[in-house]
Design a protein. Structure first.
Length: 485
């Protein structure tokens, strides 16, 4: 029997955090041009690529008495008709109907007795379009490796060269018994002191590196503890709302070139501006208010791209929502992010996540229950670089893709961002009750985006392109760019 692969401490933590309405799966809503393929065509297409992502054929097995982290094993009863589903929007098949469907799908917890993923083929979208809603558990995939999976399952050309792919034959490995799982877990526990000893010996050889690591770890903890109280930090339920909005990557690059910093700094300043508008419109005093955003940072090496599991760290980024001037807000964000990067805060977060590999499973589970007791951040803002070239599925071009990121307990709002083929796409997830006006926040985010873009000189070709687009359309994206009275 092949030895099952055990989840890392970080991957396991996403299982422990999944309680009290906080689902820990990530998802995306992708919109495609043209008529939808049939369910059989789409299912068979996925089947032909499944050998390239073998984790999608595996399910979790839990060690008896919680004596070790769960393991991945082959699912001998894998049924693609369960995982690859089809539905149709009622006429007229609007973007709003698609968002509502995506929110409902995102609100449903994945069945842990099966491989932790689903793909929904959605027909009937207006404008001769269809959509694919995909979701996978966070224990299975992080944002960057999720993009890698997307490029595996989809094509780079509308008509790939060569004959259609045929999946190689596959036979599931035998499932381990509970006794085997328990025995293997105890073997690993007995050998772990040797690994700890090696780590201590290595640490003694490099005390300077250890002190730097401890200092970085303390910085991320102390930074997170200063998160203020906000309307976003309330108890949440299991149901979600979803909104989409987008902008042009070149426009954000113009802002970056004009005022300095990085595109990520520009995006964070836009999020801060949108939140400030949203709070002030509801009578909240934002004087001096600085929120904390948990910004995941990929620490995945180049050779690890395509591998599943989580290789992420994090920074607690300050969001100066008090600042109403877009250029000043960008400069503040750039300076703060530069200070965080030089402080080694992301390194400290990586050390903390690595330490979870040494924590007994029962301790990790209890630690997860303490998560709501301390507010380390106000919301998650995650920016994943997607492919800057078109993707296709069965000859149909992907028009756009919007990320869907899970809410943690007492976190009613999350902002996911993914770039794709010259676009920057915002996927906004809100608790159904606490963020009943999520569409208003989307408008505030769009207003903050337009405001900062207006501060950068336009390139002539780009200005002409925008003028032509404005003449032919009333809105700039999936969410109409309206102004609120």
């Amino acid at each position: 029997m092949t030895k099952p692969e055990r989840l890392s401490g970080l991957d396991t933590s996403f299982l422990h955090l999944e309680r009290s309405g906080a689902h820990m799966h990530v998802a995306s809503t992708s919109i495609f041009e043209g008529a939808a393929p049939t369910h059989a065509e789409f299912r068979d297409h996925i089947a032909s690529r499944l050998h390239l992502v073998p984790r999608f054929r595996q399910k979790l097995r839990f060690v008896p008495f919680t004596q070790g982290r769960p393991v991945w094993i082959d699912d001998p009863h894998l049924n693609l008709d369960y995982h690859v589903r089809q539905t149709a929007l009622p006429a007229p098949g609007s973007d709003e109907q698609l968002r509502n469907l995506a929110a409902r799908i995102f609100s449903q917890q994945l069945d842990r007795s099966k491989p932790l993923w689903e793909l929904w083929l959605v027909e009937g979208l207006t404008g001769d379009r269809f959509a694919i809603i995909g979701k996978s558990h966070h224990a299975l995939v992080d944002g960057v490796s999720g993009v890698d999976i997307t490029t595996v399952l989809f094509d780079l050309d509308p008509e790939p060269a060569g004959a259609p792919e045929k999946a190689p034959p596959w036979l599931a490995s035998p499932e381990p018994t509970d006794v085997q799982l328990l025995t293997e877990a105890w073997k690993e526990r007995l050998t772990s002191p040797k690994e700890i000893y090696r780590g201590v010996r290595h640490a003694l050889r490099g005390p300077r590196q250890v002190l730097q690591g401890v200092g970085a770890t303390s910085k991320i903890v102390t930074a997170g503890m200063s998160a203020p109280d906000t309307p976003f930090n309330v108890e949440i339920g299991p149901h979600r709302r979803f909104q989409m909005t987008q902008t042009d990557l070149d426009d954000l690059k113009r802002v970056k070139d004009a005022h300095g910093g990085t595109v990520n700094d520009v995006i964070l300043s836009i999020v801060a501006g949108g939140i400030g508008r949203y709070l002030r419109a509801r009578g909240h005093d934002t004087t001096g208010l600085e929120l904390r955003a948990m910004v995941p940072v990929s620490v995945r090496a180049a050779e690890e791209h395509g591998a599943l599991g989580n290789r992420i760290s994090a920074m607690m980024a300050p969001l100066p929502v008090w600042c109403e001037d877009p250029v000043e807000r960008l400069h503040l964000t750039t300076r703060e992010m530069g200070d965080l990067k030089s402080s080694g805060q992301a390194v400290g977060a990586e050390i903390l996540t690595k330490l979870t590999d040494f924590a007994p499973s029962t301790i990790a589970s209890q630690a997860a229950r303490l998560q709501p007791a301390q507010r380390f951040f106000n919301l998650v803002v995650t920016n994943v670089p997607g492919p800057q070239f078109p993707l296709y599925v069965l000859g149909r071009k992907m028009e756009s893709i919007f990320p869907m990121v899970p809410l943690a307990r007492r976190q009613a709002l999350c902002v996911g961002i993914m770039s794709y083929d010259g676009q920057v796409n915002f996927g906004l997830i809100g608790d159904y009750d606490a963020m009943a006006d999520l569409d208003s926040f989307a408008l505030d985010l769009e207003a903050a985006t337009r405001e900062v873009i207006a501060t950068a000189p336009a390139r002539k070709a780009k200005a002409k392109k925008r003028k032509a687009a404005a003449a032919s359309s009333n809105g700039a994206g999936p969410v109409a760019a309206e102004s609120r009275s």
